[in-house]
Design a protein around this ligand. Structure first.
Ligand code: KG4
Ligand code: ZN
Length: 340
């Protein structure tokens, strides 16, 4: 089965052709138009600008994905598109385009929850993953831990009490004037560091739970920059900036993984999936591998281009879901709930 997957929930306009085979999904093409140059000067995604840009990009992105896969629309078996959650103006670009194509071609169509997409990104490299799985979804908007019984269900176990982990990366990069998006630059700086700066103190919770909170971390970075103002202008090659990035990254990685062992035992999990943009992080990938080996968990972290938002993960999830009989009466949903 050949599926065209479309995703535009935030600031990436992406299309991919995925072939669903008995031994799992195979990537036939993946195209992504970045809007970093547009949002960079603002230090974050500007929803209205993102929506307008998606409208300009969507046709060419779809056409390029089909061309790279060497097929025409008529050669597809299914269309899959992100239905939500996300920025509604952004979602509407690929959502409306997919409905129009479904109307024109009569192809089966399926609307996909964005987070089921992130889970299914792991299916490319680990189609035989043993379930139940703990699923850590970490991005600019999410820091959520789920239990999955299969590739199409997610049950929330815990989430951040305030900011997402990706925000801590993005805001740190902003305070240090390192550029946008923050995750990849902070990661590169951290890897270049000779040694880490003083460690950040983990948050403590009154109920004693191994919870997550990242807003204090942002404040802690701010205080360090205020104490040493030259850090804000020193740039990515400065050893002190690099050390700060290293300790930030070590903190985020260890805090993210902290609740995993106890929850894995409690839930009888056999594997750990980590996906979303922050799953690209080099420290998190190394720390997760060590933890998974120690706890006897199978580990699935998608290759970096499948961790960030992309059409391939939507196609992979869409291949497993029942098509909708009447796409044209469906709508994108900025607050789409799981299971809806
Ligand atoms: O999944 P994603 O592409 O979009 C959202 O749904 O938010 O995730 C984007 C987030 C951004 O916060 C970005 O800074 C972060 O993922 N990110 C990283 C890395 N690459 C991207 N964070 C840490 N290390 C990275 N290498
Ligand atoms: Zn995402």
């Amino acid at each position: 089965m050949l599926v065209l997957g479309l995703e535009s929930s935030c600031d990436d306009c992406s299309a991919a052709v995925v072939e669903e085979t008995p031994s799992g999904p195979r990537l036939r093409s993946l195209v992504r138009e970045s809007q970093d140059a547009i949002h960079g000067p603002f230090g974050g995604v500007v929803p209205e600008l993102a929506a307008r840009e998606h409208l300009l990009q969507v046709r060419a992105v779809m056409a390029e994905a089909l061309a790279q896969a060497g097929i025409r629309l008529q050669g597809l078996d299914r269309l899959a598109v992100t239905r939500g959650p996300g920025l509604v103006g952004s979602l509407l670009a690929t959502f409306s385009a997919s409905k129009a194509v479904a109307w024109r071609t009569g192809l089966p169509w399926v609307g996909v929850h964005h987070l089921l997409g992130h889970l299914n990104a792991a299916r490319f490299a680990a189609p035989d993953l043993p379930f139940p799985a703990l699923v850590l979804l970490v991005s600019g908007g999410h820091t959520h831990l789920y239990l999955a019984q299969d590739w199409t269900s997610l049950q929330l176990l815990q989430k951040t009490r305030d900011d997402a982990a990706g925000e801590a990366f993005d805001k740190t990069a902003r305070m240090l004037n390192l550029g946008y998006p923050g995750g990849p630059v902070v990661d590169a700086c951290a890897r270049a560091a000779g040694r880490a700066a003083d460690p950040f103190t983990p948050p403590k919770f009154r109920d004693g739970k191994a919870s997550w909170s990242f807003s204090g971390l942002k404040t802690a970075v701010k205080l360090r920059v205020e104490r040493t103002p030259r850090l804000a202008e020193a740039g990515a090659s400065d050893p002190e900036v690099q050390g700060l990035c290293r300790s930030l990254q070590e903190a985020i990685s260890s805090w993210l993984l902290k609740p995993v062992p106890a929850l894995a035992r409690e839930q009888g999990a056999r594997s750990l999936v980590i996906s979303g943009g922050v799953a690209c992080n080099s420290q998190l990938r190394v720390d997760a591998a060590i933890l998974a080996a120690r706890e006897g968990l199978a580990l699935a972290i998608p290759e970096p281009r499948l961790c960030t938002d992309n059409g391939a993960m939507i196609a992979a999830a869409g291949a497993l879901l029942p098509p909708d009989p009447a796409p044209w009466i469906q709508n994108a949903d900025a607050d789409l709930k799981l299971g809806a």
